[in-house]
Design a protein around this ligand. Structure first.
Ligand code: ADP
Ligand code: MG
Length: 229
């Protein structure tokens, strides 16, 4: 049987930004392969290209050159609408500053990725049940009707983890998920994220400064000036 395609594969990925006359190289030719179910930490100082790498891996941004494959599908060559569909179905994101929608309740935030995909009214109940189960799994069932602004930072990030995982994505991308949390809260969010990712068999690519986060990963790579050391 042929081996499964990598969960994520970047080949010779470059991304340059123009800043006035100057060209900033955010990614200067990155090759990276992440196995299905693998937990990878991406280290590197601020400005080394970690966020750019995650945005490109998740199809939120496109490379200037090179290819990006998610579960064997080349997303870098897809039209924007198809890329967005694949992103919604196969990729979950967790951000440093949570990015919850402030006017939606906690349960609505978690259900949102399912609502966007839902085409038939008969799925309404299933979406609600899945969101409720996911919220329960991150220990926040009792917060379902609250607004994000009523939660602590750690609780908001747990909601963001539930939202990222509710579609059972093959690939989870986390950009400094503990960067805005104190160390105790960060450790518990990290434990929650990695244990659920492992249980689901998803792959995780996590940009982090946090040595504890790197220690939870199967492998760590380091970015320096847009290149992997
Ligand atoms: P990190 O997440 O490791 O801090 P980033 O990927 O955010 O690094 O940034 C990599 C480099 O690209 C930095 O020099 C940053 O200033 C630059 N950069 C990122 N986004 C933009 C942008 N939209 N316009 C111009 N430069 C950018
Ligand atoms: Mg960043």
């Amino acid at each position: 049987m042929p081996a499964a395609a990598p969960a994520l594969e970047l080949r010779a990925v470059e991304r340059h930004y123009r800043r006035g006359e100057e060209v900033v190289t955010a990614l200067g030719g990155v090759d990276l392969s992440v196995r299905p179910g693998e937990l990878l930490a991406v280290l590197g100082r601020s400005g080394s290209g970690k966020s750019t790498l995650l945005h490109i891996a998740g199809g939120l941004d496109t490379p200037d050159s090179g290819t990006v494959m998610v579960a064997g599908v080349e997303i870098s060559a897809m039209p924007a609408a198809a890329r967005a569909r694949l992103r919604r179905r196969s990729i979950g994101f967790v951000f440093q500053f949570f990015h919850l929608l402030p006017s939606l309740s906690v349960s609505e935030n978690v259900e949102l990725p399912l609502l966007v995909e839902r085409t038939r009214a008969s799925h309404a109940r299933a979406s609600r049940d899945r969101a409720a189960a996911m919220l329960d799994a991150v220990g926040l069932a009792h917060r379902a009707r609250h607004l994000p602004g009523e939660l602590s930072g750690g609780e908001m990030q747990r909601v963001a983890v539930a939202r990222a995982l509710v579609t059972q994505p093959a690939l989870v991308l986390a950009d400094e998920p503990t960067g805005n949390l104190d160390s105790v809260t960060g450790a518990s969010v990290l434990d929650l994220l990695t244990s659920h990712v492992r249980e689901m068999g998803a792959a995780l690519v996590m940009a982090t400064h946090d040595p504890a986060a790197a220690a939870c990963a199967d492998r760590a790579v380091e970015l320096s000036d847009g290149r992997l050391a």
